[in-house]
Ligand binder design. Structure first.
Ligand SMILES: [Zn+2]
Length: 250
């Protein structure tokens, strides 16, 4: 499976950067995880929007959904021109309801709701979900290919140990690290520090950790340095880079 980093910043991007957007590809199927600002432009460096099979959004904060409101114009044209023959599957939490009700637009999206109980199958992919700790309803996402959990994306969250169980033994753990420890010590909440992300990867027995959702105003190296204390196989997610992920059984 390919993981393509379209945007890796939060809660806003630096010059030339983009917020959360992670494109998965396997066997010609494309699924986008989150669609923050700047992601639609980046997506088209790799594929045309009509190649998308589905979008899954982890939660309804603007840095994860902004470009849904622009992508809808492209989808509308694709449907009118017959480039796309059906609405795009959009899988999302249904809370907060005022944000959820903003998503539908001229039938360009086929909306479906995330629950922890449900798994979604899209082409060769399966997805399952775990509720995280964040000010709005938010889900970590596990990606399965051929029945094997191959990637876990933390989405946005505070630290909670069950996230390590959810990511148990995964080849790639894509985890937010919005903070450094010093931020938590000053009372920052709602996100993980790079050290906490590394502890989760260690406790999960993950093979690799990719730090994402970094803020635009600090050198990424400081996040790497902090994570390396607890977990060695760590890198920061690089926008535009393609990561090849194989299950351990392959
Ligand atoms: Zn965010």
């Amino acid at each position: 499976m390919k993981l393509i980093i379209l945007g890796s910043y939060g809660p806003y991007p630096p010059a030339g950067g983009a917020c959360s957007g992670y494109l998965l590809e396997h066997m010609g199927f494309y699924v986008l995880l989150d669609c923050g600002n700047g992601v639609l432009s980046r997506l088209q460096q790799f594929i045309s929007p009509n190649k998308l099979s589905a979008i899954i959004v982890s939660h309804l904060h603007s840095d994860h959904i902004s470009d849904l409101f622009i992508l809808r114009y492209a989808l509308q044209l694709e449907l009118e021109q017959g480039v796309r023959d059906s609405p795009l599957q959009l899988i999302s939490p249904d809370q907060p309801s005022d944000e959820y009700f903003r998503l539908p637009y001229k039938n360009v999206y086929q909306l479906e709701t995330i629950t922890e109980k449900e798994r979604f199958t899209i082409g060769p992919f399966q997805f399952s979900f775990l509720k995280t700790i964040h000010p709005v309803c938010c889900y970590a996402i596990a990606v399965f290919v051929e029945g094997i959990k191959i990637l876990v994306y933390s989405s946005d969250t505070e630290y909670f140990p069950e996230l390590a169980d959810f990511a148990r033994g995964v080849p790639m753990f894509l985890c937010e690290a919005n903070f450094l420890t010093e931020d938590l010590q000053k009372g920052a909440r709602n996100h993980l520090s790079a050290f906490q992300a590394a502890c989760l990867a260690r406790d999960a027995g993950a093979e690799k950790l990719l730090l994402t959702h970094l803020p635009p105003f600090r050198n990424p190296q400081s996040y790497l340095d902090e994570a390396l204390i607890a977990f060695k196989q760590v890198k920061t997610a690089e926008e535009g880079k393609v990561y090849f992920i194989e299950s351990s059984d392959e």
